[in-house]
Design a protein around this ligand. Structure first.
Ligand code: GLN
Length: 548
């Protein structure tokens, strides 16, 4: 029987509850325990796949092809386990399931109600987690904040679970926020007290309070929270904002949370071994030499939209002793002729995934800049398609080359809808999703990067390279270094006469871990370092020439 840790949030959202849940997973894993993490999202969408990044940030894709909340990315990166589609449950899924059962007649004669039908379905989904992996601990994060109307059935379900599985099997952790009043220079605990009261009114008494804060918390304040919220003093843990999310497990461990959880849940755990993690965080803090990478996207003002890309770059940069500096570049700025100066400053350019026409021409400009100036370029999904369009237009001279996603009437549809997508009517969950194999061409940049001849990578796309153009591309100096095993689908495209211009139809960023950076990102970072160094050598020479 697994033990359950339920994480709820109070006061405000966006205080890093996902990172906190992930960090708890890491400190338990460090004790030799097997951990799985599940996110319960109260919104009514079935999954975030059809939501705007403005609403939701990145859509994280699991190996089994579920489109999930970006917190699953944190979970995977922190606990270094692949999660699956049972690990993200939404109200939309719950209601859809209950209503379809009702239509089938499964509840014949009954009135369908939130309690027990919806709550039972939530509990069934919680029980599905980790069925094949036999975890010691399942951490369940309830999205949103206590008091949200949509969240109530989830809180009721986790309340009931305590009685269902046993008091000793469950632990409730409440993550709150301590606001700071500038005028009086003090942190306030009242909102935390209120959110605990709200939680209690739903029948849940938290055993641990993690108080997020931007300022140091005094012992007095800890005592006050403990007293008013009826939580042991040692279980009130202030969590001050840190410069590095990967430091959160260390903060929690050093505050004694790991031992407290082991004690409360009577876990059979070894001593914590966080040495590697400590080294990693120390290295992240100490790398000095910057590596400047441009991410050219359409949601760059909203960093969450490219969360995994940024993290994957960070992991690879640190592994090569560089401090990642991201230049966020609006694709639409490039279209207006702005931002090119930024491209001149960077050591590498990434064009990440995306959908829809806005910003496309700017991304094509970025790819052209990278090709012409031999700046290392990594194209991810849409970024690979962009690279193909640019190559077709500017190298092969196919002026109006495009993807049929953006121009249905182009004479040269170098990127086109995949044949099995033609009959797809629904937009939700119908892309080519999840892990698919890719065979690498010996001697290519990709094969050298991976050091193997076949890989499995995560996908999320409807469009693909149009094979009618393969020969022309190869004749023009492109290499299709990754193909599906049947040779039909282009998975990786490279520009031959270039130090590193590589695009993948898949999303390698989802598989990068802080302790295991992804090979393609590593190869890209190496190329960017080489580019940086070459420019450093060239710069004084250019200076001399000028003054001569
Ligand atoms: N819009 C493109 C497609 O559907 C790329 C998708 C992506 O970047 N994830 O193929």
């Amino acid at each position: 029987m697994p033990k359950y840790i339920f994480c709820t949030g109070g006061v405000v959202s966006s205080v890093g509850k996902g990172v906190t849940a992930a960090a708890i997973g890491r400190i338990l894993k460090a004790r030799g325990l097997k951990v799985v993490i599940q996110k319960l999202d109260p919104y009514l969408n079935v999954d975030p796949g059809t939501m705007s990044p403005y609403q939701h940030g990145e859509v994280f894709v699991t190996a089994d092809g579920a489109e999930t909340d970006l917190d699953l990315g944190h979970y995977e990166r922190f606990i270094d386990e692949n999660l699956d589609r049972t690990c993200n449950v939404t109200s939309g899924q719950i209601y859809a399931e209950v209503i379809s059962k009702e239509r089938r007649g499964d509840y014949l004669g009954g009135t369908i109600q939130v309690i027990p039908h919806i709550t039972n379905e939530i509990k069934r989904r919680i029980a599905l987690v980790g069925q094949n992996t036999d975890p010691d601990v399942i951490i369940v994060e309830v999205g949103g904040t206590v008091g949200d109307i949509e969240g109530q059935p989830f809180l009721e379900a986790i309340r009931q679970l305590r009685a269902d599985v046993g008091r000793d099997q469950t632990l409730y952790i409440h993550v709150t926020f301590l606001p700071y009043i500038g005028a009086t220079r003090e942190l306030k605990t009242k909102p935390t007290q209120h959110s605990v009261r709200e939680l209690r009114s739903l029948g849940i008494q938290p055993q641990v309070i993690l108080a997020r804060t931007d300022y140091p918390v005094t012992d007095d304040l800890v005592r006050k929270i403990a007293l008013f919220c009826d939580v042991e003093e040692r279980a009130v843990i202030p969590l001050e904002t840190t410069d590095n999310i990967y430091a959160v497990p260390l903060l929690l461990e050093d505050a004694g949370l790991g031992d407290y959880i082991v004690e409360q849940l009577h876990l059979n755990a070894g001593p914590p071994d966080l040495d590697d993690w400590r080294d990693l965080v120390a290295r992240m803090r100490h790398v000095e030499q910057p590596l400047r990478i441009a991410i050219v996207g359409k949601y760059v003002e909203l960093r969450d939209a490219y969360m995994s890309v940024k993290e994957a770059l960070n992991h690879a940069a640190v592994a090569h002793n560089r401090r990642l500096e991201v230049e966020w570049i609006h694709a639409s700025d490039l279209e207006k002729g702005k931002g090119t100066a930024l491209l001149e400053r960077v050591d590498g350019i990434v064009v990440p995934g995306g959908f829809g026409y806005r910003g496309i021409e700017g991304k094509i400009d970025a790819a052209e800049y990278a090709r012409v100036h031999k700046t290392p370029y990594l194209g991810l999904c849409l970024g690979m398609q962009i690279m193909c369009i640019e190559f077709a237009r500017n190298v092969l001279g196919l002026d109006d080359a495009n993807s049929t996603e953006f121009d249905g009437t182009t004479e040269h549809p170098v990127i086109d809808l995949m044949p099995d997508q033609h009959s797809v009517a629904n937009l939700g969950g119908t892309m080519r999703l999840g892990l698919y194999p890719c065979v690498l061409q010996p001697g290519s940049i990709a094969a050298a990067a991976y050091g193997t001849d076949q890989v499995n990578e995560r996908h999320r796309h409807r469009f693909e390279f149009n094979n009618q153009y393969r020969d022309a591309f190869i004749a023009g100096g492109a290499r299709f270094s990754g193909l599906s095993p049947d040779g039909r689908l282009v998975e990786i495209m490279e520009v031959v006469d270039h130090p590193f211009m590589v695009g993948s139809q898949f999303h390698p960023e989802f598989a990068s871990r802080p302790n295991r950076p992804h090979p393609l990102f590593c190869a890209f970072v190496q190329a960017a370092i080489a580019h940086q160094e070459a420019r450093r050598v060239a710069a004084p020479a250019a200076q001399e020439e000028k003054s001569a």
